[in-house]
Ligand binder design. Sequence first.
Ligand code: GTP
Ligand code: MG
Length: 231
Amino acid sequence: MADRIMQKEIISDPFSPVFANYEITDTLQEFLALQQIYEAGIKEVKTKLEILDDEFKIKHDHNPIHHMEYRLKSVRSILGKLEKRGLEVSLESIVINLTDIAGVRVICNYVSDVYKIADMLIKQSDIKLIKKKDYIKHPKNNGYRSLHLVVEVPIFLAEKVQPIPVEIQIRTIAMDFWASLEHHLRYKADNEVPDGVRDELIECAKTISNLDYKMQGIYEELSKSKKKNLV
Ligand code: GTP
Ligand code: MG
């Protein structure tokens, strides 16, 4: 009964074209199976990062990761992105064209932690790096900074091994602070941020970047003096 109601809701959903070429039950099952695999991708990456963070803490008395966030792209966002890019709306098209269905955001304490975490993860033998965009070395024009990776991770299913892409955004607390507020402001302004505000946001991004490197410097100084005291 519950299943029938769920199917009905999906058929009457304005985004039903995604199911158009399929028997509804098959499509639903295929879509749910697909979602489960992307979710497994998030779990794999999350566990890998937690293990690296724990190991780093034991070896260097410091946790590079402050916290992590995860999200599975919603059906609405998936369809919005396919339509915006003029791509076919089908399950195959989702798998081929979208690499950000599974998303992990890693918020680190210091800039150096961002690169340490990325390097340790990419080096793992079952991880394949698909794409890397370094918006820290090369910030976006609006001031946005973060390290973006798309990695492929193997998911071991009952009958096969399925490689799945996971988008990972790695940034400091300061970068995350700026990105969250910028996103919020852009949303408030319906994506049309006035020139003056845009300049102010760039200025804020610069201030925050300076702060990041200052905090990094303080951390390095303290680490050095701690080592000296131990000798
Ligand atoms: P999309 O995934 O379609 O956005 O394009 P892309 O493949 O060029 O991805 P890109 O690496 O530039 O950005 C992907 C994600 O990074 C976005 O979905 C946001 O979460 C984040 N991001 C990128 N640019 C900005 C920005 O200017 N401000 C904020 N707040 N977030 C951003
Ligand atoms: Mg995206």
